[in-house]
Design a protein around this ligand. Sequence first.
Ligand SMILES: [Zn+2]
Length: 333
Amino acid sequence: MTGRPYPKIELHVHLEATVRPERLLEIARRNDVALPARTPDGLERFCRFGGFEEFVVVWVKTTGVLRHGRDFRQVVVDYAADLAAQGCRYAEALFSPSEPMMRGVPWQEVFEGYCDGADEARELHGVDVRFTPDITRNFPPEIGERLANWAVRYRDRGVVGISLGGSEDRFPPAPFARAFAIAREGGLKAAPHAGETAGPASIRSALDDLGADRLRHGVRAVEDTGLLSELAERGVVCDVTPVSNLRTGVVASLEEHPLPTMLAAGVKCSVGSDDPVLMQTSLTQDCEAAVRLGHTPRGMYEHGVAGAFCDERTRARLEAVGATFDWESVDTR
Ligand SMILES: [Zn+2]
């Protein structure tokens, strides 16, 4: 692909997994925290994993260096620069505050750091970053409820919804219903992970018990045609991440990815990079993979705008970008 990057929206990216090895080592030194490697190359080698559970181990051993507001702020600003270079106009990012909280970092430190980062990212790079903090389902639901309360407090600072992440196959959604009710009553939306490492039952529960407005992944909806058409009819956008699905073994090959089936059923699919550094991908590479699977640059952008939890003014601005861009000029060969 050549020329200027076409406009993009990213609704599925975990900020802890966007930190480049050099920056991670710098933060680790600053915070006096040990990493599994001392060089960028060594860290990259450590980050090669096979399957979802190994990925979780890599995640815990690397993202644990983030401890202070300054770290979180830096992570957002760095990634916004990457996004701007890729033509991305709007991102709805995830972060997992319960993990630092378990290591003794106050909730407020995490929320303030990320929200300050979004302010700086807008000024420096012109990218709108909003947040959907991620409840770690491996922890007790009460921690998720505390997260939801904190998320509501930061609604005016760019938090637009909450998510649910972690080991989907071992921790079903229903026990987190109260956390999602707290968020909804506080004016936030819901975009949990569902239908990645667990099947249609997990998606059903995310819709019914958590009131999911959008789904992170949702790809295993293709195992139930009734559910797939319901997602299409209700306009539930799925934030699909093809490269991540390949790396964690959710699909055996890119050719087998469910995206074409989802699009053919009329399901709107935004495209994201999920964990770009840990999965060795980028928003651009995921968009290229999605194009190979039959999505179009314009389709990805429009589905992203449809799924975004932003205010109407921001939505109108994003729509104007999509309406005026010369999509015909994009060369995707
Ligand atoms: Zn994710």
